[in-house]
Design a protein around this ligand. Sequence first.
Ligand SMILES: Nc1nc2c(c(=O)[nH]1)N[C@H]1C(S)=C(S)[C@@H](COP(=O)(O)O)O[C@H]1N2
Ligand SMILES: [Mo]
Length: 198
Amino acid sequence: MTTNDVTDLYREFGDERVPPGQRETTAFPVLSKSGTPDVDLESWTFTVTGAVEEELALSWEEFRDLPSETQRQDFHCVTGWSALDCEFTGVPFPEIAARAGVSDEAVHVMFSALDGYTTDLPLEDCMREEVLFAWGYDDADLPTDHGGPLRVVTPHKYAYKGAKWVDGVEFLTESRPGYWERRGYSQTANPWREERYS
Ligand SMILES: Nc1nc2c(c(=O)[nH]1)N[C@H]1C(S)=C(S)[C@@H](COP(=O)(O)O)O[C@H]1N2
Ligand SMILES: [Mo]
């Protein structure tokens, strides 16, 4: 499979690949608010709800049949580390949006996860090929502590915008804050503008 290198997306936002106040790490640390949940792929269901033409409920098999791609991406944690050149494989956000048919009224998106985590982003920040629902990492299944079977990655945002163990996306007609956003973190989270807190 070919790998699409999207690590140059920083040029849209700033001059430096590593955003201000970030330090490059060669490790890929694990950061979870409450440990790794058990996930049963037999009952696993991914839902698309809210301001859409057709709500979706996909089984693991159905999700894995969606068109996917591999991308080389950078990963910026709001606590100050950046992991460069991560290879994720998954389904681009716009593919999911197109299948559900996003309503004209939708302006915002809420992701939900099996550990109770939520995170939100403006719709336009989600409608990018680099926002992946990722099930693969470095040619293998995504490790469970990094969010397997399925997580979101957002290389243009701080990584708390990428819900691990994601099981749903809801399209909203107005902004609503997620888990860290309710606790003072930025809703837009642009690393090149150091939008860490709101
Ligand atoms: N479901 C869920 N997703 C989550 C988190 C979490 O606690 N639960 N932590 C977030 C934070 S703060 C970061 S930095 C990244 C860390 O991803 P990693 O553990 O793969 O490095 O996941 C994000 N997604
Ligand atoms: Mo984070």
